[in-house]
Ligand binder design. Sequence first.
Ligand code: SAM
Length: 276
Amino acid sequence: MNKAYSLEFEVNMLLEAILFRYGYDFRHYARASLERRVLNRVQLSELNSVSDMIPKIMHDPSFFNLFLKDMSITVTEMFRDPFVFKKIRESVFTQLKTYSRVNIWHAGCATGEEVYSMAIMLKEEGLLKRTQIYATDFNNHSLEIAAKGIYPAGKIKLFTENYLNSGGTKSFADYYQAKYECAKLTESLKEHITFANHNLIKDQVFAQMHLVMCRNVLIYFDQNLQNRVLNLFEQSLIHRGFLILGDKESLDFSTVKDSFDKYQYPERIYRRSAYV
Ligand SMILES: C[S@@+](CC[C@H](N)C(=O)[O-])C[C@H]1O[C@@H](n2cnc3c(N)ncnc32)[C@H](O)[C@@H]1O
């Protein structure tokens, strides 16, 4: 058996074992990066091969948790891509203001920075009180950090710059208290946020959403899984609801392409089409 074929075969076996034992289906994650992360885990755990991971995964849930962490890239920041947040503030919020209640779903929220950024903008635009934000991820460790809203003080300089570049007009220092090496975000921002575990591969829709934000998550999925997830978002959104993706993600090759208009394209803001 040649080396590449053997790796593909062993990884397939591993993914089947995980699906059977834990109900998590990683078979449709983008293959090259998945294989890279599996091989990295083999090395870190001083195993001889991917096959050696299978019995460990089957019998040791804590080893599976390590694998879950490997599969969850949680890089994020507040007001990441400030121009996107600026456009949300200037263009999407004018539409959201026409509703008496607003529901927002952040899917794949990682450690929550993007969610708090949204809450700050909603507050400044007088929308927070009528909004419910659902922030989900399948990584419980990230969700715990998100729920605390405490971040390293060293990141505050970047967050402040991003906030200003996104059209923020207040002092960013109003939104956190610095303590030792940490910055704790203001408690009141959390009042309208519910953090919950949700696995995009297998869990169901969130109904009646006005806006779904899922940035830098679909890049880890193959087209099949992207279609599954995008259908989930389409079903979750109200008529004329908004969908926001990451800058390397688009609906172009997806099965829901015709159900959405490109509302603000460089920012990857889509809107459910009026005609479907
Ligand atoms: C790079 S972060 C994106 C964070 C944030 N949305 C941003 O753009 O800054 C990707 C997140 O997707 C989550 N993720 C990956 N697969 C997932 C799945 N099947 N269900 C839910 N979340 C998933 C990871 O746990 C990780 O927190």
